[in-house]
Design a protein around this ligand. Sequence first.
Ligand code: ARG
Length: 463
Amino acid sequence: MPKLWGGRFTQSVSKLMSEFNDSLPFDKRLWKEEIEASTAYSAALAKAGIFTKSQQAKVARALREIGNEFAAGRFRFKPEDEDIHTAIERRLVEKIGETGKKIHTGRSRNEQVATDERIFLKSAIAQAGVLIRELQSAVRDLAADTADDILPSYTHLQQAQLVRLGHYFMALFFMLEDDYRRLEDLEVRMDVLPLGSGAVAGSTVRIDRNLLKRELSFSELSPNSIAAVSDRGFITDFLFVAAQTLIHLSRFAEDLIMWSSTEFAFVELDDAYSTGSSMMPQKKNPDSLELIRGKVARSISDLTSLLTLQKGLPLTYAKDLQEDKEPMFDSVDTLFSSLRVFTGVISTLKVKRANLMRNTDDSIYATDVADYLVEKGMPFREAHKVVGKLVLTGTQNGKKLREFSPEDLKAISSLFDGNYYRIFNPQKSVEGHDVYGGTSSKRLKEQLDLADKILSRRKAGRR
Ligand code: ARG
């Protein structure tokens, strides 16, 4: 079958080339966007005098019917359909004849593909926003439930200072809040309509681009046709936000995987998000979280693909750019499924409260001891040294910090007094961090209140 562009050719392309060239196997996913854009374009063509009013009505109706065929899974592709744009145009002509052949007047697939992708990503941004909010809401609830549980925090994966478990979970809430805001920023740049740019130089037909903008609910028109058909920065942008969001998830996934080991035993995943071993009957593996940790590799490679694809590519459009779609779809799918599964894990997670402090020894209070000496007037650097010595002596003599006698302590510094023994209290330790953003109960409450404010904004109608 001849291609839509076959006029200047004497032979048809090889089957091999056809398969290599066709993007239909993956860009058919853009059928809805293509129909929406083509319908708007037909209205602009009518305004430009290319279609009569009744012809345009006929085109719009046929496009609606084609949409129904897709929605019902009834649309039949033909071997000559190269991509979603040519498939829909071919079907339109099939349905309404000669009139349909005018739809491509002044139009190029170069602008169509950029337009469809922007429409697609605008809705992906909105959906990603909803999914992030759902996860944030589950995280907030878990944080509220664990506000009074205390556990060691880690730096360098070594026990650092005691924190409230709720404070730990709120870290995820606020990292996700950053991701959400990145999406909001991105939404502004995505909201620029390329249609009317033609193949490269701008349409030759007097298309009312403002009409297109209104019809397709865009906020701005691309001000330069060359940028509009060549640039894929808007896709790279989205892929970065997706990768960064997944990186956040993967770090928490890693902690929870560790925490569900026998050695930590801080948490247990629900059966619904775990799997067993085909050989070892005792196993309950956190596969959900391992997969989320693993999926981020795909997302990063999708981003890398898009960046590499554009590097050094001559302006304007080149077929290389057809390779932009699979990474884009893959990142959207990976992000959505990972957010959904993570939300499931978080909302069913069991915390094993009794184990949280199981492997914590007195050295976790070392900073508190230093702070105690600082309060008594010792410069911090000196206090650090004194407590370091205390910890070393304790390690050498198998003595816990609280087991030092008043005499032992006095020998190290005269500032030690009876209040020293009050330091070794988890509550007291976390309450000491009473600064905005800290882990004291008042400060965690502030975070939870802020979360509620953020989450209720959505309920009031703002995304
Ligand atoms: N399938 C193509 C793509 O995905 C559409 C644009 C084709 N443009 C062209 N001049 N051949 O990029």
